[in-house]
Write a protein that binds this ligand. Structure first.
Ligand SMILES: Cc1cc2nc3c(=O)[nH]c(=O)nc-3n(C[C@H](O)[C@H](O)[C@H](O)COP(=O)(O)O)c2cc1C
Length: 227
């Protein structure tokens, strides 16, 4: 053992404590917000897509917790949004899906760092209907359709070779051009938001945080949070 700082000789640019960006972008004002959070999300999402600063602006971090309250997070791709919420697709036997089965409370995070923005959602998840799942599955590339069958997502497997051989067997059974059935263990979750926070980085860490909160009567209240 040595008490010498292991990072002492390293490039100073690698020190996370010294990483500090000054956010200078314009703020957000209560008066400019849409009446509901999904419309507001649509505006920000459009800006994220059009400005092309963010790689995969539809990537979001989904955090779930098991029945004992132990959390876990992972990135997924948001594939649809509307006034009912945000939709992603996954394996229904995966860790996240099992956790959502036991505890539907979920949080989403869109980390749009290059725009000094993030959108934070809390809500509840429920499975999409089979028709909606099937309609989306048919839009996926053939290889992704086979991948959904080949993967026993979140389980321990002996090797990559096993995964690839299962994919090869499937591609022999369903060659390109042949319709691949929707796997019964695969489908969507729709997250109905309870709160949606729009976070905009500002100078001197005086960031804007405007949060929509669902009221029991179906309307939305907007509140400003201290940064
Ligand atoms: C950019 C990105 C996009 C991803 N999109 C999805 C997705 O849409 N659905 C999915 O099930 N996993 C997706 N993944 C993989 C997940 O992060 C995760 O590894 C997988 O869903 C298993 O998670 P779980 O074991 O916690 O259930 C994505 C990963 C990355 C990095």
């Amino acid at each position: 053992m040595t008490d010498r700082d292991p990072t002492a000789d390293r490039d100073p640019r690698l020190d996370p404590a010294a990483m500090r960006k000054q956010y200078r972008v314009a703020g957000i004002d209560e008066n400019d917000l849409a009446a509901d959070p999904m419309t507001q999300f649509g505006r920000w999402f459009e800006e994220a897509v059009v400005q092309e600063l963010v790689y995969e602006p539809n990537a979001m971090v989904v955090s779930t917790a098991d029945a004992e309250g132990r959390p876990s997070s992972r990135t997924v791709l948001m594939k649809h949004y509307d006034d009912q919420g945000f939709v992603f697709y996954t394996n229904y036997d995966s860790r996240k899906a099992r956790e959502l089965g036991a505890n539907p409370y979920v949080s989403l995070l869109f980390p749009w760092h290059p725009m000094a923005r993030q959108v934070l959602v809390t809500g509840t998840a429920r499975r999409t209907g089979r028709d909606e799942t099937a309609a989306y599955f048919r839009t996926r590339p053939h290889g992704s359709q086979l991948g959904a069958w080949a993967s026993t997502q979140s389980t321990v497997i002996p090797s990559r070779a096993e995964l690839e051989s299962s994919y090869e067997e499937l591609s022999a059974r369903y060659p390109e051009g042949e319709q691949v059935p929707v796997p019964p263990h695969w489908g969507g979750f729709r997250i109905a938001p309870q709160t949606v926070e729009f976070w905009q980085g500002r100078e001197n860490r005086l960031h804007d945080r405007l949060r929509y909160v669902a009221e029991p009567d179906g309307t939305w209240r907007v509140e400003r949070l201290s940064p």
